[in-house]
Design a protein around this ligand. Structure first.
Ligand code: PNS
Length: 162
């Protein structure tokens, strides 16, 4: 068995991510979700702590999965947790174009290898950006995220009562 790091923004974590985490648990054993954020210049919808808490809640019950925030490079986060590999989920060829460059770059810097896992076919269209945008306009995204994330999005975009 091995330890792998799955780095990402996870703003917020969605069911496509959950599928990749479950694949990684099955293949490797220990999985660290690395929520990569710039602590000096916070951006995005949820804070680093909120993203970690929502990922933990979405992945509850998975005993070999941990979630941590990192403010540095993916390769540094991988070294911090003693990861044997970085794991990334791929939805489309466009994902591959971006990810293979990062994988080669990361390998050239520290020698760490990246393993790509195809995401579940029925979640190939899901992205955190679209979820934020659609939820912000009050449409339903409950089928695309775990219940704690759906609740947090509803809360974040709740209309102020008059
Ligand atoms: O969820 P995302 O937005 O696809 O995640 C992209 C992420 C955060 C994994 C990627 O941008 C990343 O690894 N950022 C950390 C900074 C870093 O390592 N940069 C060098 C990449 S070669």
């Amino acid at each position: 068995m091995a330890t792998v790091l799955i780095p990402g923004s996870f703003d917020p974590l969605h069911l496509g991510h959950v599928d990749v985490v479950d694949q990684a648990v099955e293949l490797f054993g220990d999985v660290v979700i690395g929520v990569l954020v710039n602590f000096d210049k916070p951006s995005g919808l949820f804070s680093a702590d909120e993203r970690v808490a929502l990922a933990e809640a979405s992945l509850a019950g998975r005993t070999t999965v941990t979630v941590r925030a990192f403010g540095n490079l993916a390769v540094q986060a991988a070294a911090d947790v003693g990861a044997d590999f970085i794991v990334k989920g791929l939805r489309t060829a466009a994902d591959y174009d971006i990810e293979q460059q990062m994988a080669h770059m990361n390998h050239s810097v520290t020698g760490i290898r990246t393993v790509f896992l195809p995401c579940r076919a029925d979640f190939g269209f899901v992205s955190s950006r679209f979820i934020r945008e659609i939820a912000s306009r009050g449409e339903h995204i409950e089928h695309l995220v775990a219940a704690p994330v759906a609740a947090a999005l509803a809360d974040r975009f709740a209309q102020p009562s008059e």
